[in-house]
Design a protein around this ligand. Structure first.
Ligand code: ADP
Ligand code: MG
Length: 354
């Protein structure tokens, strides 16, 4: 069997759906390019009970690319992202039909919901471990929880990047806690680019969320010859990948998530926007930023530095290798997973202590 035949068979035996199969539930999100609902299946299908709750995105023309990305992720790195069930064109594309995308409902909370809670990071600890710890609360314990979350995010990113996909919209709102696997997974491949096949790698730059975007505006340098047609891109892109390291765009965004987890006062939108302005004024040099804010830091900011300074500043070291101006100076997801910050056990060790 070649890969094509396998993919075809897999697709053939997966359940297929059409419009009338879904009963719309709560609206989960609404953007410029689509609306997302929690849905259940109408009771017509014999096995419908087994499916459980699903998520349905009704998307505009960009939905076609998102279906393509989800199919690819499903085959190449299924654990990185929410479990994709099915995607199809509802109505005719000429008459402004919509693309419908269906995933398994992974859980109620995104990382954004969880980080905004006053209980963070202890609320996440309970969800990952499924039990309440009786250990005293404190910096070291918070650090372990944040370390575990970062490891899961980087693991998911490494899967995508190893597949040749850059997400380009990594932010807490696009990271869902999967209640089934008790891990964080990535969602929303609407702005993703597959560099190995050349799909969607220049369009939609305007989609990028400025709060979490790396300073380079385009993930491929403007020196890159303009988007080649798909067959050409297949031959070229591994080279382009090496030259431009487009995956490091996501690493910058993940670094900002790390920063927000470490510093409670940087968790609001306005604080993050202000931080971005300050960092830009420091020429994107985190050490320079630290030098300007630390002398007159609030207890809250000081606490963030203290957390990152644990174990000889190994967390701070990782953060500063993720949030850098030059993409090629940023650490890769794979290298980050091997960073000494992750050497000590995360939440697992905590549960053994008990
Ligand atoms: P948008 O383009 O509107 O940002 P997303 O794909 O990010 O669309 O989905 C919007 C919201 O729907 C997410 O922030 C999340 O709360 C929820 N959501 C999306 N996919 C899932 C899923 N598989 N399981 C549970 N909730 C999901
Ligand atoms: Mg989203």
């Amino acid at each position: 069997f070649d890969m094509f035949v396998l993919a075809f068979l897999e697709r053939l035996f997966r359940p297929t759906f059409k419009k009338d199969d879904f009963v719309l539930g709560k609206k989960l999100g609404e953007g410029a390019f689509g609306v997302v609902y929690k849905v259940s299946l109408a009771d017509k299908k014999p096995n419908s009970k087994k499916e459980g709750d699903l998520v349905l995105k009704k998307a505009t023309e960009y939905g076609a690319v998102e279906i393509w990305m989800n199919e690819r992720v499903r085959r190449a790195c299924a654990n990185s992202c929410a479990d994709f069930v099915y995607g199809f064109l509802e109505g005719s594309s000429k008459k402004g039909g919509e693309y419908w995308l269906v995933w398994r409902f992974e859980g109620e909370a995104t990382l954004s919901d969880l980080v905004q809670s006053k209980e963070f990071p202890y609320n996440v600890e309970t969800m990952i471990l499924g039990e309440v710890q009786n250990l005293p609360k404190g910096l070291a314990r918070e650090n372990k929880i944040i370390q575990t979350i970062m490891r899961q995010i980087l693991f998911a990113l490494d899967g995508l990047h190893s597949t040749g996909i850059v997400h380009r919209d990594i932010k807490p709102q696009n990271i869902i806690f999967s209640e089934g696997s008790r891990t964080f997974k990535i969602i929303d491949l609407g702005a993703a680019a597959d560099l190995r096949v050349g799909i969607n790698y220049i369009p939609k730059e305007f989609l990028l969320d400025p709060r979490y975007a790396a300073p380079e505006q385009y993930i491929m340098s403007t020196q890159t010859p303009s988007a080649p047609s798909a067959p050409v891109a297949t031959a070229l892109s591994p080279v382009l990948w090496q030259l431009n390291l487009p995956d490091r765009f996501d690493i910058y965004s993940a670094g900002l998530i790390f920063l927000q987890m470490a510093f409670p006062s940087l968790r609001t939108d306005s604080a993050l926007i202000q931080f971005n302005r300050q960092l830009k004024r420091c020429d994107y040099d985190l050490v320079a930023w630290r030098n300007t804010v630390e002398p007159r830091a609030s207890p809250d900011i000081r606490k963030g530095f203290e957390l990152l300074d644990l174990d000889n500043g190994i967390g701070w070291e990782l953060l500063t290798s993720m949030v850098r101006y030059k993409a090629r100076q940023r650490i890769s997801a794979k290298a980050a997973l091997a960073h000494p910050y992750f050497d000590s056990e995360g939440l697992l060790a905590l549960s053994f202590v008990q």
